[in-house]
Design a protein around this ligand. Structure first.
Ligand code: PGA
Length: 250
C-alpha cells in the first residue's frame, strides 16, 4: 500500500511573511492528522520562514528548483545543499513551467534529481504532455521519454527515493482537469513502463497527479488505483482547499 503524498506548489507566490502565515494555518489545521504525507514548496526566499514554522510538525518543506551543482559561478541559482541547510527535505524537478519558460531539458531533470538526492532531498520528478502532443496520440511516448531521461542517472538506492508527478500541461492552472479515467490510464501506463524497466521500484514508487486538482475532484482522482497523491498549484494557496484535497486522500 502506497501512502498518499499531497504536495502544494506555491510557485512564485507568497513572500516570507505571507508564506509563514499560510504555513501556520496549515500546521494548525493538520495538527494531529497522519493520513497522508504533506509537503509544501514555497518560493526559495520564503523557505527559511516556512521551515521555521513547520519544524517538528511532520509537514515537509521543499524547493521548487535547484541547479545541478552544489555551488559556483551560477548567478541567480540555488543548490540542493543550500536548500537542505535551509530546512528542505523535498525538491521538484522538471515542472512544465521550468521546461517551458526556463529551457529545462530531459537530461537536466535527471542531473538535478541526482544532485538533490546527493544532498539528502527527495525529488518529485514532473512529467506531462502538451495538448498538441495529446491530440497527436503521443502521451505515452512523451511521458515515458521524460521519465526515462530523469531516472537514467540514478542508482538503484536513489531510484527508491523518487516520486513521480504526472501533470498534463493542458491541465495546469487552466481549470481543465484530466478525468479520473484519463489520468488513471496514463498512470497505469507509467506503472507498466516501470515494471518493464525498473521492476524493483515499480510497485512502491508513488505517482502523483497534478493539474487543477481541487477539493471537488480530489477524491475521485485519488481513488484511482495508480494515483498515489496530488501535486497541487492554485488550490494549495488556500488552507481550506488544500485541506479539502488532503481529505480526499483518505
Ligand atoms: P494547478 O498547478 O493545480 O494550479 O493546476 C499544478 C502544478 O503546476 O503543479
Amino acid at each position: 500500500m502506497r501512502r498518499p503524498l499531497i504536495a502544494g506548489n506555491w510557485k512564485l507566490n507568497l513572500g516570507p511573511g505571507a508564506a509563514a502565515a499560510l504555513a501556520v494555518f496549515l500546521r494548525d489545521a493538520l495538527a494531529g492528522r497522519d493520513d497522508a504525507d504533506v509537503v509544501v514548496f514555497p518560493t526559495a526566499l520564503s523557505i527559511p520562514a516556512v521551515a521555521a514554522v513547520l519544524d517538528g510538525s511532520g509537514l515537509g518543506v521543499g524547493v521548487q528548483e535547484i541547479a545541478a551543482v552544489a555551488s559556483g559561478a551560477m548567478t541567480g541559482a540555488n543548490s540542493a545543499v543550500m536548500a537542505r541547510e535551509a530546512g528542505c527535505t523535498w525538491m521538484l524537478a522538471g515542472h512544465s513551467e521550468r521546461r517551458q519558460y526556463f529551457a529545462e531539458t530531459d537530461a537536466g531533470v535527471g542531473a538535478k534529481a541526482k544532485a538533490g538526492l546527493a544532498a539528502g532531498l527527495y525529488p518529485i520528478v514532473c512529467i506531462g504532455e502538451t495538448l498538441e502532443e495529446r491530440r497527436a496520440g503521443r502521451v505515452d511516448e512523451v511521458t515515458q521519454r521524460q521519465l526515462a531521461a530523469a531516472l537514467a542517472p540514478l542508482s538503484p538506492a536513489e531510484l527508491a527515493l523518487v516520486t513521480i508527478a504526472y501533470e498534463p500541461v493542458w491541465a495546469i492552472g487552466t481549470g481543465e482537469t484530466a478525468t479520473p479515467e484519463q489520468a488513471q490510464e496514463v498512470h497505469a501506463a507509467l506503472r507498466g513502463w516501470l515494471h518493464a524497466h525498473y521492476p524493483a521500484i515499480a510497485d512502491t514508487v508513488r505517482v502523483l497527479y497534478g493539474g487543477s486538482v481541487k477539493p471537488s475532484n480530489a477524491a475521485s482522482l485519488l481513488g484511482q488505483p495508480d494515483i498515489d497523491g496530488a501535486l497541487v498549484g492554485g488550490a494549495s494557496l488556500m488552507v481550506g482547499d488544500f485541506v479539502g484535497i488532503i481529505d480526499g486522500a483518505r
